[in-house]
Design a protein around this ligand. Structure first.
Ligand code: NDP
Ligand code: A1CAB
Length: 260
C-alpha cells in the first residue's frame, strides 16, 4: 500500500498499521520536505520518499493523507501511475467522492475514510463511504487494524468528521481544562496528567462496557447533593452540553464548506 503525505494523521495511521503487524516492506509512503521523508524512513523502517507517482506504482491501496486543499493536486500526480485495480482512499475532510472520481482513471475505485489520531493507539473510529455497490471488505480490514470501522452514507460524512475526526479534540480540550484545574489546585503536573488521562480512559471504557445511555451512567456517578452534582450545576449553568452540540454542528458545517 501507499500513504501519500504523511503528516499528523498519516503518521498515526502508519504507526497503527505497523503496530498491527503489517510488514514494513508492504508500505511505501511520501512526505515533504525530503528531510522529513528521511526521518520517517529512519524511524519506521519503511520506504518514504517525495515522489508521489513512484510511491503508488505498485500499490493495491493508496491512502491520501494530505490536507483537503492538496488532494486534487495529488490525484493529478498519481493518476497516470496507478495500478488498474488500485483503490484510492482519501482521509481528507470535506472532499466528496465525486471530486475524487473526477481526477481518477475510469474504473479506479475512490473511497473516503474519516478516521482519527487514535489510530496511533489502534483505537480509531473510522467511517468509510464509497459509491453504492463497492465491495469495501479490503478497506474495512485495513482500518480494523487501527480501530473500529463503520460504513455510512456519504451524506453523513461531515457529521462523522465532526464527532469522529474532530472528536478527540473535544476530550483533549476537557483533559487540558481538568489538568489545569488540578495544577491550579496544587497538584504536581505529572500526577495531574496521570489522574486525568486514566480517569477519561476509564470513563470511556466504562461507557463501552455498558449498554446504558451516557446520561444514565452520568446519573449513577452523581450522588444528590454531592461533589459531582456541584460540578454538573456549573457545567449546566454554562450550557456546556448545548455548546458541545453547537461545536459538532460548526465542525460539520466547516467540513461541508471545504468541499467548495
Ligand atoms: N489531524 C487529524 O486529527 C485529522 C485529520 N484528518 C484529515 O487528514 C488530512 C491530514 O491532516 P493532518 O495530518 O492534520 O495534516 P498535516 O498537515 O499534518 O499532514 C499533511 C502532510 O501532507 C504533506 N503534503 C502536502 N502536500 C503534499 C504533496 N503534494 N505530496 C506529499 N505530501 C504533501 C504536508 O506537508 P507540508 O506540511 O509541507 O504541507 C503534511 O506533512 C486532512 O485532509 C484532514 O482533513 C481527518 C481526521 C483527523
Ligand atoms: O480539523 C481538521 O482539519 C481535521 C479534520 C477532522 C479532524 N481534524
Amino acid at each position: 500500500m501507499a500513504i501519500i503525505g504523511v503528516g499528523h494523521l498519516g503518521e498515526a495511521v502508519l504507526i497503527g498499521l505497523l503496530e498491527s503487524g503489517m510488514p514494513p516492506a508492504q508500505i511505501w509512503a511520501t512526505a515533504q520536505p525530503a528531510e522529513r521523508a528521511a526521518i520517517l524512513a529512519d524511524a519506521y523502517g519503511i520506504e518514504v520518499g517525495t515522489d508521489n507517482a513512484g510511491a503508488v506504482s505498485e500499490a493495491d491501496v493508496v491512502l491520501i493523507a494530505t490536507r483537503p486543499g492538496a488532494v486534487e493536486r495529488v490525484l493529478d500526480e498519481i493518476a497516470p501511475a496507478l495500478e488498474p485495480d488500485a483503490v484510492v482512499v482519501s482521509l481528507a475532510a470535506g472532499v466528496p467522492l465525486a471530486k475524487l472520481a473526477a481526477r481518477l482513471p475510469e474504473g479506479t475505485i475512490a473511497v473516503r475514510a474519516m478516521t482519527n489520531v487514535a489510530a496511533r493507539a489502534r483505537e480509531a473510529a473510522t467511517a468509510l463511504t464509497a459509491p453504492e455497490g463497492t465491495d469495501l471488505t479490503e478497506i474495512e480490514d485495513l482500518f480494523d487494524r487501527v480501530g473500529v470501522t463503520v460504513t455510512v452514507e456519504e451524506s453523513l460524512m461531515d457529521l462523522v468528521t465532526a464527532v469522529g475526526g474532530s472528536g478527540p479534540a473535544f476530550l483533549l480540550y476537557l483533559a487540558d481544562a481538568m489538568t489545569s484545574a488540578a495544577v491550579d489546585g496544587g497538584m504536581d503536573r505529572a500526577a495531574a496528567r496521570v489522574m486525568v488521562e486514566q480517569t477519561l480512559l476509564g470513563a470511556c471504557l466504562h461507557l463501552q462496557s455498558s449498554d446504558e445511555p451516557p446520561a444514565e451512567l452520568l446519573d449513577q456517578v452523581t450522588t444528590p447533593g454531592g461533589p459531582t452534582a456541584a460540578a454538573l450545576d456549573v457545567l449546566n449553568d454554562a450550557a456546556v452540553g448545548d455548546a458541545v452540540r453547537r461545536a459538532v454542528a460548526a465542525a460539520a458545517r466547516r467540513g461541508r464548506g471545504l468541499a467548495r
